[in-house]
Design a protein around this ligand. Structure first.
Ligand code: UDP
Length: 415
């Protein structure tokens, strides 16, 4: 970015949920690596964010953190004080477009998810192909999100999000061009939005976890990894059912169990009696936070049973991992279609529990599994290429930095 006086300064404002924060921190690091000064906005309670920032600082990148509460006025103060060249804020903060405009800086919307097909749905009957949308994606009304099917409070909020996106400087998406070229082009041309795709590549962690040692002793592609994201998605009876099904499948597995908020403080999620000792040689249960990216990169992992959160989807793609899709809520149903119908690197578990066992067995072995693995590995190769110098994500970021630099220049000439 040239001399200190020409260094771009960007503010990053993540939504306060792990899945959103992890990505925004990654992006702040990425901008810092490319020579920008990155400042993260966080509330005092965001300890993980702060820890991660400390790590970033250790590695010598120019990154800082400023804490605010969630009142719009509170954001205005650091913007006025720091006079940054741009604000990248989560899609769930539509009000930041106005604040940025007031302060004369461009706001970029950060989309954690991939393109959302329901935005173009016009028809109620089922099944139907989404109109004006690449890839002949078949949808049913059942698969639409609640707030799309009928008007709810969230529908109003989501409309605000979309409106603020139109008025913003552009959109940064957590993806890479080669993963979904038709959709990126569609977004840029059909919807006429300026967008830049970027993804950071898999994050390396220095923490060695016991599960990695356990995996070291297993054959390649012999273990299934099961994780449903950063939040608890299942209640006790459902967990019980998954536990029984996994045991019956005879597969080796690592299963990440998140604590249900209804379970008393100090108590663990209850699994069937004697379960953990029965599965000791077959399975490993991680309670709490798993080093997901490290696990997915391990050669012993042969498939990933997942809820289809977008981060996990991208991490699986980057690791070249076939998937078993088990969407639970929100845009996860759309991501499932993308994984199974467009990329064809996953099998769908559907809603029937009886199929869990079958799907889990189908992934690590057999011709279908090998075909999916081959496609997934090809995507992983493209993901690596995208972040290398000259690759699509690398070039998109370069173009964005140049535009922000030009914006600053034009703005400073007016003053
Ligand atoms: N994650 C992790 N360990 C866990 C659970 C989740 O590292 O035990 C990370 C995962 O790698 C991903 C993010 O948390 O980066 C989850 O984001 P995703 O969009 O997949 O799902 P969400 O949690 O938002 O539903």
């Amino acid at each position: 970015m040239g001399s200190e006086s020409h260094q771009l300064h960007i503010l990053f404002f993540p939504f306060m949920a792990s899945g959103h924060m992890i990505l925004m921190i990654d992006m702040a690091k990425l901008f810092a690596i490319r020579g920008c000064k990155s400042t993260l906005i966080a509330t005092l309670h965001d300890k993980p964010t702060l820890k991660s920032i400390a790590k970033t600082k250790d590695s010598g990148f120019d990154t800082d953190v400023v804490t605010v509460t969630l009142h719009p006025k509170d954001l205005e103060l650091p913007i006025e004080k720091l006079a940054p060249d741009g604000l990248i804020s989560d899609m769930f903060f539509p009000w930041t477009t106005e604040i940025a405009a007031k302060c004369g800086i461009p706001r970029l919307v950060f989309h954690r998810t991939s393109y959302e097909p329901h935005k173009k749905v016009l028809c109620d009957s089922e099944p139907f192909i989404i109109p004006n949308f690449p890839g002949e994606i078949t949808f049913s009304r059942m698969q639409l999100l609640d707030y799309v099917r009928e008007e709810t409070e969230f529908t109003k909020f989501y409309n605000e999000v979309k409106e603020s996106e139109k008025r913003s400087f552009g959109v940064v998406m957590n993806s890479f061009y080669e993963l979904e070229p038709a959709y990126v082009d569609h977004y840029r041309t059909f919807l006429g939005r300026r967008s830049w795709t970027k993804h950071t590549g898999n994050r390396a962690s220095i923490d060695q976890h016991e599960c990695i040692k356990w995996l070291d002793s297993k054959q390649p592609n012999s273990v299934i990894y099961i994780c449903f994201g950063s939040m608890a998605n299942f209640n006790a009876p459902q967990l019980h059912e998954i536990a029984v099904t996994l045991e019956a499948s005879g597969q080796r597995f690592i299963w990440v169990v998140k604590k249900d908020t209804n379970v008393e403080e100090g108590k663990e999620e209850s699994l069937p009696d004697g379960y953990e000792s029965r599965i000791r040689n077959k399975g490993l249960i991680i309670r709490g936070w798993a080093p997901q990216v490290l696990i997915l990169d391990h050669e012993a992992i042969g498939g990933f049973v997942k809820h289809c959160g977008w981060n996990s989807t991208l991490e699986a793609v980057t690791a070249g991992m076939p998937m078993v899709t088990w969407p639970v809520t929100a845009e996860q149903f759309h991501n499932k279609l993308f994984v199974t119908q467009v990329l064809k690197v996953g099998v769908d578990i559907g809603v029937k529990q009886a199929r869990v066992e079958e799907a889990v067995k189908r992934v690590p072995v057999g011709e279908e599994a090998e075909e999916m693995r081959r496609r997934a590995k090809a995507l992983a190769e493209m993901a690596r290429g995208a972040v290398e110098e000259g690759g699509s994500s690398w070039s998109d970021l370069e173009a964005l930095l140049q535009e922000l630099g030009q914006h600053r220049l034009a703005h400073s000439k007016k003053i």
